[in-house]
Design a binder for this molecule. Structure first.
Ligand SMILES: Cc1ncc(COP(=O)(O)O)c(C=O)c1O
Length: 395
């Protein structure tokens, strides 16, 4: 099928939920992808922070082959060796003691909402069910994750949403004080808002949230679905913020493209989930957990994360130079290789121009360019992207 045939067939048979670019990607290797017409692109989108180790990473390919030939799935009716190993690796590298596995970010947040409510109800009573999140946040598209998402445009048309959700403006301590109270089960925070425009939470605001959680016996839940797993140059973004959550959710990069999500929690909190409380047919199956173990092994190898940090600093400072050169008022935001640049209304045109020049980037909120290159990107590839951006910024 050529590109037009793919598009025509897609329009006829695929639900129209995405505003897609008129192209189909069919192959990838490292930081590069090819479309159905044979055009080559430098991939600074990585499937939205998913293929963090690049496309067709040889070690990931080998694990998939080996595991597929052995066993893909057996069900959580039985123990799954790779799942146990992955839980051990994730807890050894984080605040957490226990893990639950699912298939996506939204599903991980649904699990976290359920766990937080069950814990709050068991320890403090039926009144304690409110989930507080930040305005402009993004926690997923299933109904409770959507209710936790602090962007009314995503709620529209799907009301009534599940009750018991409230929102606080970033950095508004007065509002935070007013909303987090004795009825609050948990506060959900992305350490760096992704879909909201690459907005890092300041250490001061995070400390204030933690303080209010402690005072009101509410749990702190960090959504690291997008910013976690090496993206910022630390395994988890909250390591920059000197804060310990009670629950953390992961997905995206955990399987480098094989769907997997996770809910991590302390023993005390995790104890509120008992058999029958929560489940997922595919969650943590043999294949996805084999891959995720390999992803974590690669990311935690000596030098990997410090290199991400160094490449992030290099890219951010060069991008800031370009922003100044082209007269953009906004500053580069983000940490490591999760980078945003506000460019105003020109955003979508810059994205299209970059695509024509062979660089994939995307634009959030219509005005902020978002860069999510593979963590394995080379300095030369960063320079190539900067050259293309320099031309695109002339628009
Ligand atoms: C921070 C955050 N949480 C949750 C989600 C939802 O993840 P998924 O699309 O895998 O359901 C996303 C997706 O972009 C996200 O960025």
């Amino acid at each position: 099928m050529d590109c037009q045939q793919i598009i025509d067939l897609g329009k006829e048979h695929v639900m129209h939920t995405y505003a897609r670019l008129p192209m189909a990607l069919v192959e990838g290797s490292g930081s590069w992808v090819w479309d159905s017409e044979g055009n080559k692109y430098l991939d600074f989108v990585t499937g939205l922070a998913v293929t963090s180790l690049g496309h067709s990473h040889p070690e990931i390919v080998a694990v998939i082959r080996e595991q597929a030939a052995k066993m893909l799935h057996s069900s959580n009716l039985y123990w799954i060796p790779n799942q146990v190993k992955l839980a051990e690796m994730l807890t050894a590298n984080s605040f957490a003691d226990k893990a639950f596995f699912c298939n996506s970010g939204a599903e991980a947040n649904e699990g976290a909402i359920k766990l937080a409510r069950k814990y709050a109800k068991e320890h403090y009573g039926a009144h304690k069910y409110k989930i507080v999140s930040l305005k402009n946040s993004f926690h997923g598209r299933t109904l409770a994750a959507l209710a936790a998402t602090g962007q009314p445009k995503y709620h529209k048309g799907f009301e009534p949403l599940p009750p018991g959700f409230a929102y606080v403006e970033m950095d508004n301590i007065e509002e935070l004080n007013a909303v987090v109270d004795e009825n609050t089960a948990a506060v959900f925070v992305e350490p760096i808002q992704g879909e909201g425009g690459v907005n890092p939470v300041s250490p001061e605001f995070m400390q204030k949230i933690k303080e209010l959680c402690d005072r009101n016996q509410a749990l702190l839940v960090l959504d690291e679905v997008q910013c976690g797993l090496g993206r910022t140059g630390r395994l988890f973004a909250h390591e920059w913020l000197d804060v310990k959550p009670d629950i953390m959710t992961l997905a995206k990069a955990l399987g480098n493209g094989v769907p997997i999500g996770a809910v991590l929690a302390t023993d005390k909190v995790a104890a509120s989930f008992r058999p029958g409380d929560h489940a997922s047919t595919f969650g943590g199956n043999h294949l996805s957990t084999a891959v995720a173990c390999k992803v974590l092994e690669i990311m935690t190898a000596p030098g990997f994360l410090s290199e991400v940090e160094a490449k992030g600093k290099y890219f951010q400072s060069k991008l800031q130079d370009l922003a100044v050169k082209h007269g953009f008022e906004g500053r580069v935001r983000g940490l490591g290789l999760m980078v945003g640049l506000p460019v105003g209304e020109k955003g979508p045109d810059i994205v299209n121009n970059c695509c024509e020049q062979g660089l994939l980037i995307n634009c959030v909120g219509g005005t902020t360019l978002r860069f999510l290159p593979p963590l394995t990107v080379s300095k030369e590839e960063i320079d190539q992207a900067l050259e293309i951006l320099d031309k695109a910024f002339k628009l």
